[in-house]
Design a binder for this molecule. Sequence first.
Ligand code: HEC
Ligand code: HEC
Length: 290
Amino acid sequence: MATVSEKDSVTGVDTTGHEWDGIKELDNPLPRWWLWIFYACIVWSVGYWVLMPAWPLVSSYTKGVLGYSQREILIEELAAAKAGQAEWLNRIEAATVDEIRADPQLLEFAMAGGRSAFAVNCSQCHGQGAAGFTGYPNLNDDDWLWGGTPEQILHTITHGIRNTEDPDARWSQMPAFGKDGVLDRARIVEVVDYVMALSGQAHDANRAEAGKAVFAEQCAACHADNGTGNIELGAPNLTDAIWLYGGDRAALTESVANARFGIMPPWGSRLDEATLKQLAVYVHALGGGQ
Ligand code: HEC
Ligand code: HEC
């Protein structure tokens, strides 16, 4: 390889003196624009090291004089989001449930908040979709034990049902007609047949006829003369096909003989007012709220 530099006869440019198999390398300078961008990058990177977090050190890193931190920015953004929410939550706290429902924006916010509060606090008993389980009512239907207006629902959620923690809890107790010796076995069989008749199920007509009298005497005070229930007492409607504990003969006999005692904890002591109202709005909207 020759290392003699000479002028290229075709382009008039100096060669570098490198030559391979007769092909010579021209000594063209780097383009100006490229060179200036290169220098600018060097200057910029030095400025960047000074201003911004850049170099890793043994146990930390160079923080830069601007003190930029993505973590700080995230914390600030979260605080701002919370402050934005606080404004909504304050409005919800100040409004009645009906006022929240009348304001489309508040309603939207409350529904979202209610949905997530329900998933956290309520779904373990009422189910993820609020469809309930045996003993835990379905909240999607328009059949309400304790009333389905937004205010009634708010009261139920706030104070709970048959718990001893909250003096304002909804309360009632069906007698255990068999266990407490109020009705003998035959009367229980009869009244169960009558309840099966009320709810349109196959039944023994003679026993149901006898059970009608038992019902009027022992049950109508709470479940109403025609068996449609009473929300003042949380006494279920026995004429629809919606059962809290089951509508077959065995389940009905168990309900009458031993009674049930469904308990729901109060939420007024656990959740703040805005959350309670959001839950009431959400639960009301789930089903045929009244
Ligand atoms: C520990 C289980 C449990 C949890 C948790 C629970 N509930 Fe209940 N809930 C019940 C039971 C049991 C009943 C029915 C009690 C009865 O027989 O009257 C009930 C009834 C209700 C009712 C009345 C339904 C009606 O037909 O009148 C509403 C409304 C309700 N729950 C909402 C909620 C909300 C909202 C939450 C979450 C904040 C919640 N529940 C959490 C057990 C629970
Ligand atoms: C003091 C009021 C009261 C009286 C009296 C009463 N009940 Fe009840 N009954 C209730 C309440 C309250 C419930 C709901 C219990 C619960 O959720 O813990 C209930 C629940 C039931 C259920 C279960 C309903 C379901 O959806 O699973 C049946 C069945 C029933 N009662 C039948 C009767 C019959 C039959 C009589 C009369 C022999 C009677 N009850 C008398 C208050 C009463």
